[in-house]
Design a protein around this ligand. Structure first.
Ligand SMILES: [Zn+2]
Ligand SMILES: [Zn+2]
Length: 384
């Protein structure tokens, strides 16, 4: 099969690799028809992780089931499914409590929890930027889709990661109807947090970024776009909230946060959130931070440590929730919103490309080139 293979920093190629196949009775084999390039792929693409050369990226996957193992009861050949980026078992101590983002059995390293397809330090699972994907514990990990899954493929594939992850940011922050919400980062996850806050009935949604194409997308769903290369975002949010600060805030940038000139400050967005969110407000942090970052800007950053303004955060009595999203907690509900036409997360998709064009897509997305807001790769064709 063809797959996107990591060759080293800022180098990927499409190569022939051994076909993914059923390895255990509980496996499902999926022919991938849609698989996204994610902002978190870029950390690996840039060589900022220990992702091994020769491995395949791709944790936002959707496709058609073409084979099931003997131990699979629910999922049938021919069904269209979207796969949570978390690979989880369903029976470990964390999965039982709904924390499929911190599965203990699909992650072989006893010092870590949580697994994902095609991801550094997240287990041995191959990515789905390929023609075929092996899905372990298929009955547990496949979310089945209805007859509209071909027409709405670009919507449903967002349920593999970014739509639930954006929604999770609003859950961690505690967004309820009427809240004012500020979101740092208008990349795909930040835009999904804005969409989620809107669905939940926020009274005001503000999005901070500096890329005009992304800010335009935020405005298209009624959010207030704040360009931090032109205004002080904290001051702007305070002015929009009668000096009090937003009720809730979401961090959707992560450890490679940088100023408009390009200098990295891994604490920038978190500290701006502490300042932008009101006393007793909530903050949800879903942008990726890592325990070590050898490529980090300074000694602290290299050790994965952040100069966090804890004094002000404590003084304001804010709550802070963080970590990866447990996709299974939300994916059925978000699927049903898409099916009912109440959410159209595909509005951010700028490109549908064949697998062969992945190298060019990575290059453009990594450079944040104008108009490359979200890339969906289509390794094989969806058939209705
Ligand atoms: Zn992702
Ligand atoms: Zn588990």
């Amino acid at each position: 099969m063809k797959a996107v293979v990591y060759d080293g920093p800022r180098q990927v190629s499409v190569k022939d690799v051994p076909d993914a196949k059923i390895e255990r009775p509980t496996d499902v084999l999926v022919r991938i028809t849609a698989t996204n390039i994610c902002g978190s792929d870029l950390h690996m693409y840039e060589g900022r992780t220990d992702f091994e050369t020769g491995r395949t990226f791709g944790h936002e996957n959707l496709g058609e089931v073409i084979e099931v193992g003997d131990g699979v009861d629910k999922v049938k050949v021919g069904e269209r499914v979207v796969l949570p980026f978390n690979v989880s078992c369903g029976f470990c101590k964390n999965c039982e409590r709904g924390f499929t983002n911190y599965c203990l059995t699909t992650q072989p390293d006893p010092h870590f929890a949580g697994a994902a397809y095609g991801f550094a330090d997240m287990g041995p699972w191959q990515g789905g930027q390929a023609e075929l994907l092996r899905v372990p514990y298929g009955d547990h990990n496949c979310l089945r889709l209805g007859e509209d899954s071909v027409d709405k493929e670009n919507d449903y594939v967002m349920i593999a990661d970014i739509f639930p992850t954006g929604y999770h940011a609003t859950e961690l922050a505690g967004v309820v109807p009427g809240d004012s919400v500020v979101i740092y980062g208008s990349g795909p996850v930040g835009l999904m947090a804005a969409l989620s806050a809107t669905i939940k009935g926020a009274s005001k949604v503000m999005v901070v970024d500096r890329h005009p194409d992304r800010l335009r997308l935020a405005e298209q769903i009624g959010a207030i776009a704040i360009d931090d290369s032109k205004v002080d975002p904290v001051q702007f949010v305070l002015e929009e909230t009668m000096g009090l600060g937003a009720d809730r805030g979401c961090e959707c940038v992560g450890y490679q946060a940088h100023d408009p000139e390009g200098t990295e400050h891994p604490n920038m967005t978190l500290n701006n959130l502490v300042k932008s969110v009101r006393f007793t407000g909530g903050i949800g942090s879903v942008g990726v931070y890592v325990p070590q970052d050898p490529g980090g800007a300074d000694k602290l950053a290299k050790q994965g440590e952040i100069a966090f303004d804890y004094g002000l955060h404590w003084f304001k009595g804010q709550t802070l929730g963080s970590g990866q999203c447990p996709v299974k907690k939300y994916n059925r509900r978000l699927r049903d919103l898409v099916a009912a036409g109440k959410a159209t997360p595909s509005w951010i998709v700028s490109h549908n490309l064949p697998l062969e064009e992945a190298p060019e897509a990575y290059l453009n997305f990594d450079e944040r080139n104008d108009g490359w807001t979200k890339v969906v790769l289509n390794p094989t064709r969806a058939t209705a």
